[in-house]
Design a protein around this ligand. Sequence first.
Ligand SMILES: Cc1cc2nc3c(=O)[nH]c(=O)nc-3n(C[C@H](O)[C@H](O)[C@H](O)COP(=O)(O)OP(=O)(O)OC[C@H]3O[C@@H](n4cnc5c(N)ncnc54)[C@H](O)[C@@H]3O)c2cc1C
Length: 226
Amino acid sequence: MNSKVAPANKIKTDLHEILDVRHINDTTFVLRFERKELEFEAGQHICVGPPNGIHTREYSIYSAEKDEYLEILVKEVENGLVSPSLKKLQKGGYVVVEEPVGYFTIDNNSSVDQEYVFIASGTGVSPFHSFVLSKPDLNYTLLHGVKYASEAYDANVYNKKSYKLCTSQDKDGDFHGRVTAYLKQNSFGKEAQYFLCGNCNMIHDVYDILEEQGVSTDNIHAEVYF
Ligand SMILES: Cc1cc2nc3c(=O)[nH]c(=O)nc-3n(C[C@H](O)[C@H](O)[C@H](O)COP(=O)(O)OP(=O)(O)OC[C@H]3O[C@@H](n4cnc5c(N)ncnc54)[C@H](O)[C@@H]3O)c2cc1C
């Protein structure tokens, strides 16, 4: 098998065989591929690209720390350079994968009672999927903002009481409206640790609301996708 390794002090890249492609709806899919020797902490991301191209993009790791494989949750962006090519890949093909990086992780020394509030838009739910699968005892609430309930990717993984699907364009979620509206009506307090992931407009708006609610910026962690 072809594999290329970057010179010392550069990020390593390698080809990983695709083990499965699971289409969740028309645009979004879970790509599962060989893990090889890659170690990661839930919340980190990897750069992934098609095997024959020169471009890669960042994707949060969707699978759990102890899984034998790696998974990413990808939404195809119309006319995008990388995501439409990833969508065409099939089991038995290959992806280029770079080493896991990033600091959007949970402090392993936190008390077992620590409350976490995860706030995602769209595929920004991916690192939270990895958190919840990797650390089953977490005391969390996950607010997932999407347009339609059909974008509730793998919602069965989450504790039903802890998962709030906020749908802005239909009424089939747990709350009709954006995560920002939910948060204005339901505050979680100053002691919680807040993790925000997804598009930058949502992250800015949530930041403002949390600051108005008196939450210290030390308790707010953000991963901006675009
Ligand atoms: C740290 C990090 C983690 C990420 N994790 C994920 C992930 O888990 N899953 C995932 O699907 N994406 C994730 N992304 C976004 C991903 O890296 C790409 O930007 C996305 O797949 C589009 O790439 P593209 O080459 O197809 O489009 P491009 O040709 O790069 O971009 C086309 C345009 O689409 C915009 N865009 C990017 N993403 C979206 C989107 N979801 N919806 C609408 N417009 C968008 C870009 O800003 C750009 O203007 C992450 C980004 C970062 C920085």
